[in-house]
Design a protein around this ligand. Structure first.
Ligand SMILES: [Zn+2]
Length: 692
């Protein structure tokens, strides 16, 4: 039967149809492969080795003091690279595997899950972490987030999950996209952002900024100006002005600052489900984000008063809410100067991001001091050494991390546990941007095509300077644990360009030498400028003397600082696991911990403020794998003190701070202080003993 058909005309016809189908199928496959190829090419654009170009402000924007370098121009080395690797090995490199909110179900990946800020928050740290470490596995993880957004822009220009009607999470995704574009030069980013901003401009009147977006709007302006400097599209400046028109007026808020003490829920109008503008303006994370609002807006307004507004803002906040870790207290909302008040991790990383932009715009070295203080102290303090657990709220005087209800404005008792998602998951999603963005803003370009070192940590930087010459500088240092920073300058060919070094305000007697010759006129609280023709192998040595300093805090208490580090009493720690890490969707070491003290903490210090050097002994230890851990602290200070039996534990926190000077009949002891960021339990603001 088969043979009969085979020989028939019917068979020939069937074969013709089959071959036509095969041909069509072949064409389809070919076309599909081509499409796949194109898509694969788009999804995996070859990362440029180093993006050397710096994009400056375009008219009519005024010039910045400095310009941030494109992501990947700076490569971390030494302890900073190890810190980023610890981060990648910890929660940051695995969060998508263990937390559904940023897992495959995320609506930012096309799923039905979380579709607000958590996916973009995670990507905002994962992108720079992945590209700074140049880790293919992390890069693949990070790319998922940008690819979904890039491939799913709606015809009207909208981005992100269709169910999200809030402008705020899109503002984070825009920051993600700008970093990604700098690292990869992916040609899809700029057209998508252009179309998105046109969409926002069209929608503004019918869908104005609401709630969080009204106080966080400067984040959109940062990305909008990034695009304007690349395309010159004047519509973007119109959008910036309209955003300003719909936004909360932070400048006016600080001209008549209403929160001069610890706030209360009643005072800020906080009720269940309601978040009025008064509460939003007392909210710690919003305040940290808003530190950049006036400087960023000044680029559009071109109004000097906007540039000065930052100092009014810092002035009010520092006067009423500053803590020894460089942050403003806010255990959700502004909380005064008591060192047992909390600071949220989101506020820490957002203050860093604000300061990085503020330094670029204003070029004020004091802002660099502040950035380093927060980065080297408040950031690592609130993360476990292995970066698998974090706190929502840290305390400068933190003698027990436990479920005790604390005297906080509006946070719950679990806020200062070290855990996976203590209190609320925003910090779980947002903490990842801290270290990578700090690393990628260590250097900035100057308007005259030179380089400025605005913060110090070991790295390599590559950038094109004057006359289009590519320069590579290797910065070798164990700063902030040591005083010396060494630079080796390697231009492709001899070239003249300015090199500026930030001399911190605390660095009296700082020394800059070039090829062994000491330079003149080095002053604290300035950028020291070296103008010369640089040749391959030129060496610059910077010594920043770190004399111990005593700063004054609440109740006339005292904190010991040295260089950019704040020092805290080393307290024995007993880590008690109170909740195992999640078992699903994957086993996770991200457990929840209480930390209990195993040694005394209630000490007053014996100091001679006039001769602090004689009161403090400095002991350097190796800078090991995890410097920001109690046992790995690379510096210890020895100082004398006595117990204060009347200073006791109250609800898990150090009780009311005694007014200094204090007296004690207890025996004199030698105390060990370690960097604030290394001490997970600590006393930082100490009572001072009388008669010294
Ligand atoms: Zn948070």
């Amino acid at each position: 039967m088969f043979g009969q058909i085979k020989g028939s005309g019917l068979w020939k016809k069937a074969m013709r149809i089959k071959s036509t189908i095969s041909y069509l199928l072949f064409l389809c496959i070919l076309l599909g492969s081509f499409q796949n190829l194109v898509m694969a090419k788009n999804q995996n654009p070859k990362p440029k080795l180093v993006r050397a170009g710096v994009v400056k402000n375009r008219q009519p924007l005024p010039q910045n003091a400095f310009y941030l370098l494109p992501l990947t121009a700076i490569k971390p080395r030494g302890w900073l690279r190890r810190q980023l690797q610890t981060q990648a090995d910890g929660m940051s490199g695995h969060l998508d595997e263990i937390w559904p909110d940023v897992g495959q179900a995320s609506a930012w990946l096309g799923g039905t899950g979380e579709g607000w800020e958590r996916g973009p928050y995670y990507a905002d740290g994962l992108i720079p972490l992945a590209y700074l470490l140049d880790d293919p596995k992390l890069i693949a993880k990070a790319r998922k987030w940008v690819n979904w957004t890039l491939e799913n822009q709606r015809p009207d220009g909208g981005i992100g999950p269709a169910k999200n009607k809030d402008w705020w999470p899109n503002m984070i995704m825009l920051k993600v996209l700008t970093q990604y574009e700098e690292a990869t030069n992916d040609p899809r980013v700029i057209p998508l952002m252009t179309k998105y901003f046109q969409y926002h401009l069209r929608q503004m009147d019918q869908q104005p900024l609401q709630e969080w977006a009204t106080v966080r709007w400067a984040d959109e302006v940062v990305s909008l100006l990034w695009l304007y400097n690349r395309t010159g599209d004047k519509g973007l400046l119109e959008l910036a002005r309209k955003l300003h028109g719909q936004a909360f007026d932070w400048r006016r808020h600080y001209e008549n600052f209403p929160f001069t003490t610890k706030t209360t829920k009643e005072q800020i109008g906080l009720k269940a489900g309601a978040n009025p503008s008064k509460a939003l303006s007392a909210h710690g994370v919003n305040i940290a984000m808003a530190l950049k609002t006036s400087p960023v807006w000044s680029l559009v307004s071109n109004d000097q008063a906007d540039r000065k507004a930052l100092y009014q803002q810092f002035g009010e906040l520092d006067k009423y809410h500053l803590l020894p870790n460089g942050m403003h207290s806010a255990d959700e909302h502004l909380a005064g100067t008591d060192p047992t008040r909390g600071v949220e991790l989101c506020a820490v990383v957002e203050a860093m991001f604000s300061l990085e932009h503020n330094i670029a715009i204003l070029g004020d070295p004091a802002l660099g001091d502040r950035l380093e203080k927060i980065t080297f102290n408040a950031l690592p303090a609130t993360l476990s050494g292995d970066m698998w657990s974090h706190q929502y709220d840290q305390q400068p005087n933190q003698v027990m991390c436990s479920l005790h209800p604390r005297d906080w404005v509006s946070n719950g008792p679990e806020s200062n546990l070290f855990g996976f998602e203590p209190h609320f998951g925003c910090c779980t999603a947002n903490l990842h941007q801290g270290w990578p963005k700090f690393a990628s803003s260590l250097w900035m370009a100057t308007p005259d095509d030179g380089l400025a070192a605005v913060s110090y940590a070991p790295n390599d930087v590559q950038i094109v300077v004057k006359k289009g010459v590519r320069v590579q500088i290797t910065e070798e240092t164990d700063y902030p644990f040591r005083e010396k920073v060494d630079f080796t300058v390697n231009p492709a060919s001899a070239v003249a360009f300015p090199l500026q070094l930030r001399i911190p305000a605390w660095a009296e007697g700082a020394i800059v030498s070039v090829n062994g010759k000491a330079m003149e006129g080095v002053q604290p609280n300035t950028f020291y400028k070296i103008e010369r023709t640089w040749k391959k192998g030129d060496r610059v040595e910077l010594t920043l003397p770190m004399q111990p300093r005593a700063s004054k805090w609440m109740q006339n208490s005292v904190a010991i600082e040295r260089g950019p580090l704040v020092y805290s009493l080393k307290i024995g720690e007993d880590w008690r696991k109170i909740k195992e890490g999640l078992k699903k969707p994957a086993p996770s070491p991200a457990s929840d911990w209480e930390v209990h003290p195993t040694t005394a903490w209630n000490y007053g210090l014996l100091l001679d403020p006039a001769n602090l050097k004689s009161s403090v002994q400095v002991i350097e230890k190796p800078v090991g794998a995890i410097p920001f851990s109690t046992d790995g602290a690379p510096v210890e200070l020895r100082i004398k003190g006595r117990r204060l039996p009347q200073w006791e534990l109250v609800n898990g926190s150090a009780g009311p701070l005694p007014q200094s000077p204090v007296t004690s009949r207890e025996p004199e002891e030698t105390l060990t202080l370690i960097p604030y960021g290394s001490a997970k339990l600590r006393i930082t603001a100490f009572p001072q003993l009388a008669g010294q």
